[in-house]
Each structure stands twice: as C-alpha cells, then as structure tokens.
Design a protein around this ligand. Structure first.
Ligand SMILES: NC(=O)c1ccc[n+]([C@@H]2O[C@H](COP(=O)([O-])OP(=O)(O)OC[C@H]3O[C@@H](n4cnc5c(N)ncnc54)[C@H](O)[C@@H]3O)[C@@H](O)[C@H]2O)c1
Length: 386
C-alpha cells in the first residue's frame, strides 16, 4: 500500500523549531505529522504529550517513530546530525545554512546515498513569487546576456540583544561566522540560483563593526564570472533602515527589485549592438519602463516542507535539494577567506584551507560575550520574515 503520511521528528525547539512545530501541528503541511521532538529538557514544552519528547538525538533517530527528520539546531549540528540521520536511512530536511563550511558540506552530502532517500534544505526564498519571476525573466532571455549585478541587502538589521540571545550566536566556535552564515545564506543561495557560481571572489568584511561580536556584520564582495559578468554583493546587520535592492543589468535592459517592487527598463536595441551601430556620440538606446506584476504571496517554510513531503510520498522534484546548499556556503567562505588573506579567491576554493583557517580563529578566540537580559518572543521572531 502506498505511504500516505510522513512521520517527522523535529530537533531544535528554538525560534525556528517552534515556528515549524506550530505550523506542522496546525495541519499547514498536508501529509506531514510531527511524531517526535528533541531538545534539552528545559526547552521542551510542558504538559503536552502530542509528540514523543526525546532529549538525545540518537534516541530519536533510533526510536522507530519517525520516517524523516527536520534539523533546526545551531548550524554546526546540521552536519553531525544530518550525517547520522542519513546513515540511519531517514529522509532529512535541514535548515539553512547546510553546514558552516565547505568541507562539512562535502561530508554531509557524501552521506546521502540517493535512491528514494530525500534530502532537502530550507531555502524558502526560492518559493517567493518575486524571485521566481526574476528567475523566469532571466531564463526566458528577457534581459539578454547579463553584464552586471548589484545586490545591496542591508535590511538584515539586528540588535545587540539579538546577538546576546544565544551563546552560540556570532562566535567562530558556535556559529562559524556572522551575517554571511546566519542571514545571508538565503541571499547567497538565490544569487547562485539566479546567476550561477562566479570564477573568483574578493571580499571585504568588517568584523564587529556595529556590534560587540567577533564575526562579520558588514560585508562588501566583488564576484567575477567567466563570461565577463561581474557582481557586487553588500550586506550588513548594523545599518538601519537598510534596503533590499537587486539590480540586474543585461544587454536588453535593467531589472530592479527594490522592496517588493520589480521594474524592468527595456532597451529597444541591445546596448552593445547599439553602441556598435549608432553613428551618434551621445545617443542611448530607446528604453521603456514597466512595473512587472508579481503574484500575491511571499516566501513560505510550509511550501518547502510540503514539497519535501511530496518528494517522499510521490517522488516530486525538490525545490531546494540539499546538495545545492554547498554553493551558498562556498560563496560565504570565499568572501571570508578573501578578507582574512587580503587576496582574491579562485573557485572552486580549497575547503581544507578554509577549515584550517576557521579552526585557527576558534582556537585563538578571546572574545567574551557580555551578559545581557534577553527575551525574544515568537512575535519578535516572526517580524524578521518580511
Ligand atoms: N529558514 C529560515 O528562515 C530560518 C530562520 C531562523 C533560523 N533558521 C535556522 O535555524 C537554526 C536554529 O536557529 P534558531 O534561531 O531557532 O536558534 P535558537 O538558538 O533559537 O534554537 C536552537 C535550538 O536548538 C537546541 N539545540 C542545540 N543543540 C542541540 C542538541 N545537541 N540537541 C537538541 N537540541 C539542541 C537549543 O536548545 C535550542 O532550543 C539555525 O541554523 C538557523 O540558521 C532558519
């Protein structure tokens, strides 16, 4: 008989895990049933017996109560827990980032034996109608060959209280990085999803520029592609109001996303062709401008979980296969490595070199987190999804 329900175990009941738990319990993901949860005793909900409560991850894996696992712990555990669950034959959905560094991504991906085992990653921005529309315009050739990209995603503002809210946050040992590892895996994933991987990366990171942290909270990167395209990627958790501006300049015009508004300025004649053919010195191609309609809706964790469930039950193709998560990590790692060494990093980068450099920072860290009274509510957290 065909399987109709996927029994899932959730590990990590923090900000993200609690939101996943509430969504699955509310029946927002058809065919997915939460049968076990795993965290420290103190993090467990009280007086509820809807799901088995397990304190040890290995016990949950071996319980026989689950077909799949959703990993929503601090990032380093994504690798160790992901490998354990994959080796036990379970389907796995891992929160972003896939791992902290490329070598761990390689280990994790190697544990996935394929076949019917489904391994997905939570890159829910791929479900956002605005980014789906941009991808379809690029793929459909509307922009012609892309020459230059600017992504200024400085709308990730975070307070000192946020950074104090978990001992693991914003440390080399606990998180393995700052804005590039926590907030930007989404943007970097979209970056490679839309434009592919660059040939080389030059990064300029500022560490603790706006916050009392040891990792990067302000980043500018220059990415050079083999086809002559180049891109600038800027991000920060210290700038307010900040903005989300994505500008894609192609032969046939320019696409600009600012906030949720997508504008297409379309060249009547492709720009290089016009430059070659025009007899005038100061002329420009005729251009018209339209606002591109965007379907209603926004990015959705539940859509990714629904797709994961469909992949297990009916073999649907994944929106975000976990193996693709290595690319956003390679970009983040290359930007950091370039900043540390003051040189351009050719891709593919040396994952062992990066792992050694990160370990050196962990071993020599003398940053002390200052205690601060912290209470982050679920409401506070949900506001972070704009
Ligand atoms: N997709 C998204 O939009 C999104 C948003 C927020 C966070 N995240 C990701 O979710 C993950 C968790 O982030 P968060 O903000 O919820 O963190 P958090 O600190 O609020 O929660 C982490 C939870 O994991 C538990 N945990 C730690 N080690 C464990 C272990 N060995 N066994 C069982 N439980 C353990 C902690 O006790 C805590 O309850 C991160 O990787 C983050 O990048 C994704």
């Amino acid at each position: 008989m065909q399987q109709e329900i996927v029994r899932i175990g959730l590990v990590g009941l923090g900000n993200m895990g609690k939101a996943h738990r509430a969504n699955i319990r509310a029946g927002k993901v058809k065919g997915l049933k939460l049968t076990a949860i795993c965290d420290r005793k103190e993090a467990m909900p009280e007086h509820e017996e809807d799901e088995a409560q397990v304190e040890d991850f290995t016990d949950m894996i071996r319980s026989g109560l689950i077909d799949a696992v959703l990993i929503a712990t601090p990032h380093y555990f994504h690798t160790s827990m992901g490998i354990e669950a994959l080796e036990a034959g379970l389907h796995v959905m891992v929160e972003k980032p896939l791992s902290v560094h490329k070598a761990d991504c390689e280990r994790l991906i190697a544990a996935h034996k394929g076949g019917g085992q489904v391994f997905g990653a939570m890159f829910q921005l791929r479900t956002d109608p605005v980014y789906k529309q941009i991808k379809s315009l690029i793929k459909g050739g509307e922009l012609g060959e892309i020459r230059r990209v600017l992504w200024d995603c400085t709308d990730w503002f975070r307070t000192e209280t946020y950074y104090a809210s978990g001992g693991w946050r914003a440390t080399w040992k606990g998180e393995g990085g700052g804005v590039l590892l926590n907030q930007c895996p989404h943007n970097l994933d979209l970056f490679q999803w839309l434009f592919g991987m660059p040939d080389e990366v030059t990064g300029f990171c500022h560490f603790g520029r706006y916050h009392d942290i040891e990792v990067e909270d302000d980043v500018t990167a220059y990415l050079r592609y083999g086809n002559g395209m180049h891109a600038t990627f800027i991000t920060s958790t210290g700038e307010a109001p900040g903005r989300n501006l994505l500008q894609i300049s192609g032969e046939r015009g320019m696409l600009t996303l600012e906030g949720r508004t997508l504008r297409f300025q379309r060249n009547r004649t492709p720009m290089s062709q016009f430059s070659q053919e025009s007899g005038a010195g100061f002329a420009k191609p005729d251009c018209w401008s339209v606002e591109v309609p965007i379907e209603a809706g926004s990015s959705s964790h539940n859509d990714v979980l629904q797709n994961f469930t469909g992949a297990i039950l009916r073999g649907e193709p994944l929106i975000a296969p976990a193996a693709e998560g290595i690319r956003s990590i390679e970009l983040a790692n290359a930007i950091l490595l370039s900043s540390w060494h003051g040189r351009t990093i050719p891709l593919p980068m040396d994952s062992a070199e990066y792992e050694r450099e990160l370990q050196r920072r962990i071993d020599t860290s003398n940053h002390v987190k200052k205690p601060r009274e912290v209470k982050i509510s679920g409401d506070d957290f949900s506001k972070s999804f704009k």
